[in-house]
Design a protein around this ligand. Structure first.
Ligand SMILES: N[C@@H](CCC(=O)N[C@@H](CS)C(=O)NCC(=O)O)C(=O)O
Length: 219
């Protein structure tokens, strides 16, 4: 059975191309695994059918005939474990890639998500300005440290792209351009990763699924 990935059939403009099924689609494209998406309407995300697949009423969920999963990072790990294009086979190489995957989703995505909360979801609310210096300082330090470690290497594990880069680039590409540009090697790294044909195909596929309408009451 080809993999099936849940997605949305509509999101607001600012979220188009950024929904987390992108990571899963991108990994499947890199691995050369055919899949189909299963787009759902916003008003159905908290229904029992979606919650059976994704307990939090979100996307993505994933099935491939052998397993049923949610959590984009766990799904990318599953795909990477089956594909040398995303993870080397030797134990030391696998451990390095897994380390970068967790780094992307924990060390980096947590402060990135805080900034997104300030800039987007809670934009304009008074409390955000008090929190901004702390959040931006925290994130800038993480970016500086990551930049130092990457150095002039093309990818986090050296010369080859892995699932660690896939998740890291997917997290970093959501940053405001000006903040990412403060670390030119990271900006170039994100550009290098997202210029990959597999990323472009994943992006086109996510965008093509937005054929639905906003939920009732959407302003
Ligand atoms: N940790 C989850 C997060 C999933 C997630 O945040 N999904 C978002 C789209 S990017 C969603 O469906 N949000 C709708 C909501 O929370 O109501 C993962 O990585 O899969």
């Amino acid at each position: 059975m080809n993999a099936v990935v849940s997605a949305y059939n509509w999101v607001p403009d600012f979220a188009q191309g950024l929904v987390r099924d992108m990571r899963v689609r991108w990994a499947l494209e890199e691995a050369g695994q055919p899949y189909r998406s299963e787009p759902i309407a916003q008003q159905d995300k908290t229904g029992s059918a979606n919650r059976a697949k994704q307990p939090f009423g979100q996307v993505p969920a994933y099935a491939d005939g052998e397993v049923e999963m949610f959590e984009s990072g766990a799904i990318v790990l599953r795909i990477a474990e089956g594909s040398e294009a995303l993870m080397p086979r030797d134990p030391a190489g696998r451990a390095r890639v897994q380390t970068w995957m967790f780094c992307a989703l924990n060390t980096m995505e947590i402060p990135v998500a805080f900034l997104t909360e300030l800039n987007l979801f809670s934009a304009g609310q008074a409390w955000t300005e008090g929190a901004r210096p702390r959040v931006e300082g925290w994130l800038r330090q993480r970016l500086a440290d990551l930049s130092t470690r990457l150095g002039q290497n093309p990818y986090l594990d050296g010369d080859r792209f892995t699932a660690g880069d896939l998740l890291m680039a997917d997290v970093l590409r959501t940053l405001p351009e000006a903040m990412l540009a403060e670390q030119p090697n990271l900006a170039a790294y994100v550009e290098r990763c997202t210029s990959r044909p597999a990323f472009q195909r994943a992006m086109a596929a996510q965008l093509a699924d937005f054929t639905g309408s906003p939920p009732p009451g959407w302003a």
